[in-house]
Ligand binder design. Structure first.
Ligand code: 1YM
Length: 638
């Protein structure tokens, strides 16, 4: 029968589709690590968020279960439960056919960012178990899948209810996601962000294993978001907020200045984060620079008739959220991860909305306008002073000759002139520094030993850096400027590698240095030029020779296969290794393992650096209690 044939063909196609996802999960969810596994949650949650954006429901609940499965529930209309033309129920089609969504019952299906659409079937393909329960049309209906999307029990009615909504539970396939767990913190961070963007939604996250829970609800949307970003900082303006639609692009912006030196701008398009910015961010930046320069000129606040403030000056201490809504037909994304808005119209619309509203605000709020401008003018002066100082160093000016000398004594330069290939090792302690200097590739590897702990830069200004011998050396060694003036293309090194002992002090030095780079040379991190060296923890000597082991887990594995006599040594620090050992294991590109420091989420990095490195103790204690696994301590005592 023709009908039966098409049905079979259809089923085969479905299995092939889901099989393709299992074969190349990376193509659908980016990776199969922790990040990829969380992507499954975002796919399901995005469906709930879309439903809420379309005006149905206001509550999302996420439960992390003890067995590693997770539940996402919403109180929207419930996924449609009718029969599909293929003879299957709509939920079965949605969760087994790739790219389903938009072709059922109601054609008006919109995706929040124009980026989704893979959704439920991909999650199902990568789960060993999935169950969908739907409250709709007075009934409770349920369908179950197992082993990567095979129907275990088709859609059936399991009860009656007047409620509406969708509940999805799934267990990621252990074969695909090895050694991964859902992270309460990661899920909370993302859900909090969604709650800020969709005011009036309530999102709850519950971790049943550790008995943790969080609930996010913000009446004031992105105003609350900016207040949250600036928690614990000293504000010098109230939150400035404007929301205006022009040429069918809606621009919603909240911004506030603090007395800090950091700039933090986060942007979103149709509620999806644009991590790499794009035309809306450019428009915003141009708009504020113009508004402040106009105001400064009208009120004669700048000396000299040609004087003007740079963008970097008017953004010092600024925290801002830019949230724009763009109709689907105008959406354009760029870049490898599609995290950059390309829509040209967004630039002019955001620029004019920002300029007009900010200009109005400044005229109405003279006192605030003056304190922000005073800060911008100071930033401009500091920047010019720092540039002059650097120029003098480059010219070998007498004032800086001593600085040059200090640097020359400590830094062992690389001889090669191909800067992109050169590497700068920042080494903890003079003794390890000495070893590294004696055994290195002189052509490409430079060594700068660091004496103990560097300055905590969380609260430092460019001036404080210039006053600190150690960080000044670092700045001069890299030779690409500082703060707003930093240009990674001028860096003397393609890689900057932090090399510390594998102990608590070493970790502390790492975070202090990362804080410095994050605050004053952020593009170095964004460009993937900052690394952490991983010295081995153990060496094993057998009759066949010496081998090195990186982690405790690897040591346990290796011990199982060791026969005969052997000697295990634990390295307490870099200094315990011979110079050639240090080179071979930790510096030699052929053997070493470097960790690249990356900045996937600027907002979370900002908050975390502030919590961990700022001067308030209580939030730090709270974070450590929630996130640090103290059982690790056992290993240190061995
Ligand atoms: C926990 C996950 O998926 N909620 C959800 C999904 C849908 C709807 C409601 C929905 C949409 C529409 C009409 C529509 C989906 N529907 C579809 C499809 N939560 C979760 N809540 N009625 C209900 O967009 O027209 C895909 S997802 F394709 F059937 F419309």
């Amino acid at each position: 029968m023709a009908n039966k044939n098409t049905y079979d063909e259809h089923s085969i196609k479905i299995l092939e589709g889901l099989e393709a996802v299992r074969k190349r999960p990376g193509m659908y969810i980016g990776s199969t690590d922790k990040r990829g596994m969380h992507h499954l949650v975002w796919e399901i949650v995005d469906n709930s968020i879309d439903e809420i954006i379309n005006g149905y429901g206001d509550h999302i609940k996420i439960l992390l279960h003890k067995d590693g499965s997770i539940t996402v529930a919403d109180n929207g209309r419930g996924v449609p439960i009718g029969m599909h033309e293929s003879g299957k129920s709509t939920p079965e089609v949605i969760y087994t056919v790739l790219h389903a969504g938009g072709k059922f019952e109601n054609a008006g299906y919109k995706v929040s960012g124009g980026l989704h659409g893979v959704g439920g079937s991909v999650v199902n393909a990568l789960s060993s178990f999935m169950e969908v329960t739907i409250y709709r049309e007075g009934k409770i209906s349920q369908i179950k899948f197992k082993d990567g999307g095979k129907v275990e029990s088709p859609l059936k009615t399991i009860g009656e209810s007047k409620k509406t909504g969708t509940i999805v539970t799934f267990l990621p396939d252990k074969e695909i996601f090895k050694n991964c767990n859902f992270s309460f913190t990661t899920i909370c961070e993302r859900m909090q962000e969604s709650a800020f963007l969709l005011s009036n939604v309530t999102i709850e996250v519950i971790d049943e294993e550790d008995n943790l829970s969080a609930k996010y609800h913000y009446e004031n949307g992105i105003i609350s978001f900016v207040e949250y970003m600036n928690e614990g900082k000293n504000a010098i303006s109230k939150v400035i907020h404007f929301d205006q639609t022009k040429n069918s692009i809606e621009v919603d912006i909240a911004m506030q200045y603090t007395d800090s030196y950091n700039e933090q701008i986060l942007s979103f398009v149709n509620n999806v984060k644009t991590s790499d910015g794009g035309t809306h961010e450019v428009g915003f930046k141009t708009g504020i620079t113009k508004a402040f320069n106009d105001y400064a000129k009208t009120n004669s606040l700048l000396k000299g008739k040609d004087a003007s403030l740079d963008g970097g000056d008017v953004r010092e201490g600024l925290s801002a959220i830019i949230s724009v809504k763009i109709p689907e037909e105008l959406l354009q994304f760029e870049g490898q991860t599609k995290g950059k808005l390309g829509t040209p119209e967004a630039r002019s619309v955001v620029e004019s909305v920002t300029y007009e509203n900010l200009k109005f605000f400044l005229e109405e709020n003279k006192e605030t306008a003056l304190s922000i401008l005073e800060k911008a003018v100071k930033s401009k002066q500091a920047r010019e002073a720092a540039r002059k100082a650097r120029e003098q160093v480059r010219k070998g000016g007498s004032k800086n000759a001593s600085k040059e000398r200090i640097l020359a004594e400590k830094l062992a330069k690389a001889t090669g002139k191909d800067y992109a290939k050169n590497e700068l090792f920042l080494v903890e302690g003079d003794s390890a520094g000495g070893s590294a200097k004696s055994h290195r590739n002189r052509e490409t590897q430079a060594i700068l030993p660091l004496r103990g702990k560097v300055l905590n830069c969380e609260k430092a200004s460019a001036k404080d850096i210039e006053a600190n011998a150690e960080l000044r050396q670092l700045e001069y060694a890299i030779g690409a400027g500082l703060g707003a003036d930093f240009d990674y293309r001028e860096s003397n090194y393609g890689k900057v590698i932090i090399m510390t002992d594998a102990d608590v002090d070493g970790s502390h030095i790492q975070i202090l240095l990362i804080t410095f780079f994050y605050r004053f040379m952020r593009p170095l991190i964004e460009q993937g030029m900052l690394y952490i060296a991983t010295p081995p923890l153990y060496s094993i000597e057998t009759s066949k020779g010496k081998e090195y082991i990186a982690t405790d887990e690897e040591l346990e594995e290796r011990k199982k296969t060791l026969k005969g006599n052997y000697k295990i040594q634990r390295f307490k620090g870099l200094g315990e290794m011979d110079a050639d050992e240090l080179y071979e294991t930790t510096m030699d590109p052929a053997n070493r393992r470097l960790l690249r420091v990356n900045l996937t989420d600027a907002a979370i990095a900002e908050k975390r650096i502030h919590v961990l490195m700022g001067d308030e103790v209580a939030p730090r204690k709270e974070w450590i209690n929630e996130n640090v696994d103290f059982t690790l301590e056992d290993d240190f005592r061995k």
